[in-house]
Design a protein. Structure first.
Length: 85
């Protein structure tokens, strides 16, 4: 899929594996899982573009996403000392 960014007019090729550094597992016989993995790859390419090219919009996107995720999941903060930065 080719998507044109409305902010900078750059065209993003979501099929390009170099657009994101994350590798997804496509090895499945389940068609729904394969389709979800393909959508995830396309979404990662778009999110990567927003994060690298438009950091202010990325922060707004992140805030909205976190809010939506908190409404869908019960999330507990871990006090794992090995996970601290």
């Amino acid at each position: 899929m080719r998507v044109k960014c409305k902010i900078c007019d750059k065209t993003i090729d979501t099929k390009s594996s170099s657009e994101s550094g994350i590798k997804l597992n496509f090895a499945t016989d389940n068609e729904d899982m394969f389709n979800a993995a393909m959508m995830s790859k396309e979404l990662l390419a778009l999110v990567n573009h927003i994060m690298t090219e438009h950091p202010q919009q990325a922060m707004a996107l992140y805030a909205g996403l976190v809010s939506k995720l908190y409404s869908m999941f019960e999330i507990e903060e871990n006090e794992d000392p090995d996970m601290s930065l």
